[in-house]
Design a protein around this ligand. Structure first.
Ligand code: BES
Ligand code: MN
Ligand code: ZN
Length: 517
């Protein structure tokens, strides 16, 4: 679905349906007024009499078929007083996503949102109109997402609307809104890619598949300065990535370390590095997981998928927008499988940084691949800051519950930025500590450290483990997204959500504020 603009006043507005937003208990006049010229029938639409504007309430109202706006989808937003918080914005996102799904069900080709209404709503949410337009455009696109790669097509699903238009009273569409819509489209493209990768089964989305996806991306945006480097097993061995290779040992599928680099003209100084865990299937290895829910572990590359999504979004934004500094994405991709060559509990390996690790639990594999990926990134690019994102610990899910990411950082400014960005973008995170007391818990009798310690505080020990591979002075943050997928909603089809794409893209956009030059 495209995002379009219709300017020149309500006489020029035309679409199969317009969305209208209502706060609870404020009467139907509120939305009718903005649309009264283009949909004059709305004021006397019988269904409007019973419309309450409750959160989640959605009704299609019909005018004469010959009208330029013959349908209005009424969307309830709940109480105005509650709209200011992030839950308010979530309700609005869900309303828009749900409306687009309904329009698709009805076979409508075009949908419209009038800007006077957006301008009226924006201050209620504490946003400016263009930012609210961005949320609306993105929610519309996310509502329509489906993963249909493996459907045989025997029960044909309805086609998406062809476009969503923002309607302007003025002669020209506002530039800030145009830009916001482009940003939303780029974010949606990144989120779609991240979702496709994470929803993809592990027999398709293998480490080599991740590598070829990155290669295709880099080729598509090569003219703007995107490129790709891929290391296979031989190169990982040459670079002494003993921790990464220990995880790959049991797998028939070869591992790949996938790196995307984006250095467009004008991007200066030390790069920002994003590291994403890319376990394409986590069986647990010899420390085999129980079979209940194991299928979900095809999504254990969601961190890498989010990083890939950020590069897709950045590519889409070029050349109008380019990051202030180079951006590198590093994705250690492998399966974690049992097998004759698999790492055994008790094995000792030496990471690229030179630290020896006693692997007491082969299911604590994410930190092992990330350790070497972070060492490699720091040695190769001398980054000004590094953020990793990983489905790292079930303990983080226990601590924070579904829909939330754990945030860890060695720098308050970076942590504050990520917290504020995540919360305002619908990707909530909460900071947890990196404490020295984890050092005791990860003490090994025979090696420099264990890969896993106590169950209690598991998310913290995992973060501490990672911090041991962050070089002195490096600004670093870690997002544990093991439970970040909130589940099904009007903007999330069942399955992967693409959590992290928006937050990380925002972190790149604001890199000047937090990274070292
Ligand atoms: N990929 C899992 C974490 C996970 C669990 C993600 C559930 C999403 C849903 C990770 O590799 C893992 O197995 N972690 C272990 C660590 C433990 C062995 C220290 C865990 O959380 O149980
Ligand atoms: Mn695991
Ligand atoms: Zn894992």
């Amino acid at each position: 679905m495209d995002i379009r603009f219709q300017a020149g006043g309500s006489g020029r507005w035309k679409a199969d349906a317009a969305l209208a937003f209502f706060f609870e208990g404020e009467g139907p006049e509120q939305a009718a007024s903005a649309l009264e010229q283009a949909a004059p029938w709305l004021g006397i639409a019988p269904a409007l009499r019973d419309y309450r504007g409750r959160k989640g309430e959605m009704t299609v109202m019909y005018g004469p078929a010959a009208m330029d706006l013959p349908r209005v989808v009424a969307l309830g937003l709940g109480a105005r007083e509650k709209a200011g918080g992030e839950d308010g914005l979530t309700a609005l996102r869900h309303a828009v996503g749900g409306a687009l799904r309904l329009c698709r069900e009805h076979g409508l080709e075009s949908v419209a949102v009038d800007m006077p209404s957006v301008e009226r709503l924006a201050p209620v949410y504490g946003l400016d109109a263009s930012r609210l337009a961005r949320e609306i455009a993105l929610s519309a696109l996310l509502g329509l997402y489906r993963y249909e790669r493996w459907r045989s097509g025997q029960d044909a699903s309805p086609a998406d609307p062809r476009w969503l238009a923002f309607l302007f009273r003025e002669e020209h569409a506002d530039d800030a809104v145009r830009e916001a819509a482009r940003l939303a489209e780029a974010e949606a493209a990144g989120l779609y890619l991240a979702r496709d990768l994470a929803n993809g089964p592990a027999n398709e989305v293998t480490p080599s598949f991740m590598a070829s996806t990155a290669e295709e991306l880099a080729a598509r945006y090569a003219e703007y300065g995107m490129s790709c480097r891929i290391l296979g097993p031989g190169e990982l061995e040459e670079r002494n990535m003993g921790a990464f290779l220990a995880v790959a040992g049991g797998a028939e599928q070869e591992p790949r370390l996938v790196a995307l680099e984006y250095a467009p003209r004008g991007a200066e100084g030390r790069p920002v590095v994003l590291v994403g865990k890319g376990i394409t299937f986590d069986s647990g290895g010899i420390s085999l997981k129980p079979s209940a829910g194991m299928a979900e572990m095809k999504g254990d590359m969601s961190g890498a998928a989010a990083v890939m999504g950020v590069f897709e979004a950045m590519g889409r934004l070029a050349p109008q927008w380019t990051p202030p500094c180079p951006v590198v994405g590093v994705m250690p991709c492998t399966e974690n499988m049992p097998g004759g060559r698999a790492t055994r509990p008790g094995d000792i390996v030496v990471a690229m940084s030179g630290r020896s690790i006693e692997i007491v639990n082969t299911d604590a594999e994410g930190r092992l691949v990330l350790a070497d990926a972070m060492t490699y990134a720091q040695k190769t690019w001398n980054p000004g800051g590094m953020i990793d994102i990983a489905t790292l610990t079930g303990a983080c899910a226990v601590a924070l519950g579904k829909g939330n990411a754990g945030l860890f950082a060695n720098d308050d400014a970076l942590a504050d930025m990520l917290h504020a960005a995540g919360c305002s973008l619908g990707e909530r995170n909460w900071r947890l500590p990196v404490w020295e007391s984890s050092r005791e818990i990860l003490k090994s009798n025979v090696a420099d450290m264990l890969n896993s310690g106590a169950r209690e505080g598991g998310a913290l020990h995992a973060a501490f483990f990672l911090s041991c591979f962050v070089e002195e002075g490096m600004r670093w943050a870690h997002l544990d997204i093991a439970a970040a997928d909130a589940g099904e909603s009007p903007i999330n089809a069942k399955g992967a959500t693409g959590f992290g794409v928006r937050t990380l893209l925002d972190a790149v956009r604001s890199a000047q504020q937090w990274r070292l030059n």
